[in-house]
Design a protein around this ligand. Structure first.
Ligand code: HAM
Length: 439
């Protein structure tokens, strides 16, 4: 044995078959919901040019400053690449590259997949983690903001999380609003910056908004008196914000307006929101998102408003576990998948034919609705029946020497115990199996 065994890299983990069913369940819920809301899937690459992220997320964001997994240029004159730390930048790049702004500017897209951030691994935070995200491009209508927030809330509801979540909404205004607010905040914090944590002191000159979402208890206290952007926001931005809140109210969505919510990525404009599960403490955001009306242009396309969000699957899994979710009935088929038909070979001579028949039946039920298994380890008939029982097989197809000689097999329904001999020629076998497995 190797003295230094191989391990998954720090901050990553194996999703083994005993655990992957839960992820599959979440993906299934996301697929169902996005279909209901008329979103289509997009799958950009996991790698993008590094400059795409520095340009769109902001040179001063934590992600770009400290958390990117970057591969330096492989040859002189070639570009540096980065494993995507988030999905929005790549989706916007794909939208621009695909020429959508001209031919079909309004698009509602979703994605599911791994993101990479060099963070300190801790509860709910990993270096490789999955996100479920949506991006709706091509409209600045506040009703779209409301639909996107509604979809995020519904996602958690569909997972059974009907209580204990907080939906926090704020507006970051337009770039002009933010420029004015930046000066207001710089003067406001000037007198207290020395009292704040090291991170805040560093951020004061680089990205003063981030002082507002510092989690250090003393800094939280000091931020309480900061003038909110809402007080100095331009009339159109304020109207947009009010219309979003009004549309959410009309949808029956209870949200909290949280003026300290600023988000960690630079591309946001106007609406920003997060869904929190407060019992997770400082890192309680399960989902974050907002508008990024300037990003398509920043990435090289024509000015195109857009909004989206991403759910972190890791913290969502922790919240689900704490809540004792999902209900067993919702996931029984994924958690302990059974076998519908088990093919048993009685003697050595029948083993190859058992595989042939299994393959033939698998081809005829290839919509995934029927699971067929057989022994591939040369085990005894007794062990094969035991395996069929353990897999809760609903029917067993038995191939013995006598049946083989007659060109037949025996089909036994496990529930009723009834048996019939079936001809292997023609389609009698497929029909008998379909009848035996009919719900
Ligand atoms: P974000 O807030 O950086 O936004 O990430 C969204 C969610 O991903 C977070 O709320 C958190 O649940 C999860 N997350 C972030 N980092 C980690 C990590 N290291 N380990 C586990 N989970 C993590 C974005 O990524 C934006 N692209 C969202 C967006 C889409 N905005 C507009 N469209």
């Amino acid at each position: 044995m190797a003295s230094d065994p191989f391990r998954a890299p720090r901050g990553t983990r194996d999703l083994l078959p005993e655990e992957s069913w839960l992820q599959r369940h979440i993906e299934r819920v996301a697929e169902r919901l996005t279909a209901a809301y008329a979103y289509r899937e997009v799958r950009p690459p996991l790698l993008e040019e590094t400059r795409l992220f520095s340009r769109s997320l902001g040179e001063q964001s934590d992600v770009v400053e400290k958390e990117m997994f970057t591969i330096p240029p492989r040859a002189e004159g070639s570009a540096s690449h980065t494993l995507r730390p988030e999905g929005t930048a790549g989706v916007v790049r794909a939208y621009v590259q695909g020429g959508y702004a001209k031919r079909a500017p309004f698009q509602k897209w979703f994605y599911f997949g791994p993101m990479f951030r060099y963070e300190r691994p801790q509860k709910g935070r990993e270096r490789q983690f999955d996100q479920f995200g949506v991006e709706a491009l091509g409209s600045d209508n506040p009703l779209l903001d409301a639909e996107v927030i509604d979809l995020a809330c519904r996602f958690f509801e569909a997972l059974g999380m009907t209580e204990g979540l907080e939906v926090r909404v704020n507006s970051m205004g337009d770039p002009e609003d933010r420029a004015a607010w930046r000066s207001i905040l710089i003067s406001h914090f000037e007198g207290q910056v020395a009292e704040r944590c090291e991170e805040c002191r560093r951020r004061y000159t680089r990205n003063v908004f981030r002082l507002l979402d510092c989690k250090n208890p003393r800094c939280v206290e000091l931020s309480a008196s900061a003038p909110p952007l809402l007080d100095s926001m331009s009339a159109p931005s304020r109207l947009h914000h009010e219309q979003v809140l009004g549309a959410l109210q009309a949808l029956g969505r209870k949200v909290q307006v949280d003026t300290s919510l600023v988000r960690g990525l630079d591309y946001y404009t106007r609406t920003v929101f997060e869904v929190h599960y407060p019992s997770l403490g400082a890192r309680s955001a399960l989902c974050g998102g907002g508008r990024y009306d300037g990003l398509v242009e920043e990435v090289g396309g024509p000015a195109t408003p857009a909004i989206g969000f991403a759910v972190g699957i890791t913290p969502t899994l922790i919240a689900l576990e704490e809540l004792g979710l999902p209900p067993e009935a919702d996931v029984a088929d994924l958690k302990t998948p059974g076998v519908d038909l088990y093919v048993v070979a009685v003697g050595e001579e029948e083993r190859a034919q058992a595989l042939q028949l299994a393959s033939r039946l698998r081809a005829s039920f290839d919509d995934g609705s029927v699971t067929i298994d057989l022994d591939l380890r040369g085990r005894s008939v007794k062990a094969q029946f035991k395996a069929a029982d353990k897999a809760r097989a609903r029917a067993v197809l038995i191939l013995g020497p006598e049946e083989r000689a007659a060109g037949q097999a025996v089909l036994r329904e496990m529930g009723s115990g009834t048996e019939e001999r079936v001809d292997l020629d023609g389609s009698a076998l497929e029909e008998a199996v379909a009848a035996a497995l009919a719900p």
